[in-house]
Design a protein around this ligand. Structure first.
Ligand SMILES: Nc1ncnc2c1ncn2[C@@H]1O[C@H](COP(=O)(O)OP(=O)(O)OP(=O)(O)O)[C@@H](O)[C@H]1O
Ligand SMILES: [Mg+2]
Length: 306
């Protein structure tokens, strides 16, 4: 059987199985299982372990449910230079994953591939088990319903109210008016903007606009939230408040992937993971606090201080 076989939505039946295999697969061979099936399951388990070892990301939860999987992904925008070069990584359900690296490292490109704003040149990408390389154009809106995106420049409708901006996501999914009103107010309470629902977005501060952008991203209950430099233009205090919002969203079970230059931010989320990119290549990955501590030690030692 082809392990990358897909259904019409591009969902891979076999690649999703090994990383989130039912307990029976892991705890030995069920009694009546055909030996060929048992061998196949063993092979899938080995494959899953190898993928996690390659990506360098160890999961703390025993029931891994992969949300985002990249295998040897390359992205070139036309020229010889790769914006991403052989990137392999996994983010599981409930992970808080930072993507960091200097300007031009490929952080935004990585996020764009995940929500299908760009297509990988080579490699495999799966989002919630959907194989993006095989996803038909008609399947893209279905995929995007699973993902909330917070853009660096907010991309809000400045001449519309806070309520309208957040409600728009729900309107396009055809939700009834009463549901939209209840849901938008609930989300605005979460982000602390319930008193400003009738304000025009263009009259809000940068931090408030970022809150609206976050509210809009989570309004339709996505399973993944992607955020590109969400604190890029904010002062320290507001940055911490925005980070706390992402942590709250993550505590509710949503996988959060946050691209940032701000290394201080990365140490502030216990249990978070990090991927460091440089010139399109993954140079380190793992538990954020450990990876960042190792990088700092390396940098100090290379400056001759140690
Ligand atoms: N649309 C595009 N066309 C051509 N090249 C692009 C395009 N978008 C990005 N690139 C190139 O791809 C590389 C990675 O860019 P990307 O925006 O992903 O980096 P980044 O890590 O997000 O940088 P920054 O921190 O400045 O936002 C860069 O060399 C960039 O010039
Ligand atoms: Mg960027």
């Amino acid at each position: 059987m082809n392990p990358l076989e897909n259904d019409t939505l591009g969902r891979s039946r076999h690649l999703t199985c090994p990383l989130s295999a039912p307990a029976t697969y892991r705890s030995g061979t069920p009694r009546n299982q055909h030996p060929a099936v048992a061998r196949w399951h063993a092979h899938l388990r080995d494959l899953a372990t190898a993928i996690h070892e390659i990506s360098g990301l160890e999961c703390s939860n025993s029931e891994r449910l992969p949300m985002i999987q990249l295998y040897h992904v390359y992205k070139a925008y036309g020229g010889e230079q790769h914006a991403l070069h052989d990137v392999t990584l996994t983010a599981d359900k409930g992970d808080f994953l930072f993507i960091t690296g200097p300007s031009g490292a490929g952080k935004t490109t990585l996020l764009k591939l995940i929500f299908c704003a760009e297509q990988a040149t080579r490699g495999q990408l799966l989002v919630d088990g959907i194989n993006l390389q095989r996803l038909k154009r008609s399947g893209v809106p279905y995929l995007r319903r699973k993902i909330g995106v917070v853009f660096q420049d907010f991309k809000l409708l400045g001449e519309r109210t806070v309520f309208a901006n957040v409600g728009l996501t729900l309107e396009v999914t055809g939700r009834p008016r009463a549901y939209i009103e209840k849901k938008v107010r609930q989300i605005l309470r979460l982000v602390g903007l319930d008193a400003k629902e009738n304000h025009l977005c263009c009259r809000l501060s940068g931090g408030e606009q970022q809150r609206v952008a976050i509210a809009r991203a989570v309004a339709a209950n996505p399973i993944i939230v992607l955020a590109d430099e969400p604190t890029g233009n904010l002062d320290d205090e507001i940055t911490l408040e925005i980070l706390e919002l992402f942590r709250e969203i993550n505590r509710r079970g949503t996988t959060v992937v946050l691209a940032t230059h701000n290394r201080e931010l990365i140490g502030k989320v216990p249990g978070a993971k990090v991927v460091i990119l440089r010139q399109g290549q993954l140079v380190a990955a793992g538990v954020a606090r450990q990876v960042m501590a190792q990088r700092s030690a390396l940098e100090i030692s290379s400056q001759g201080v140690l």
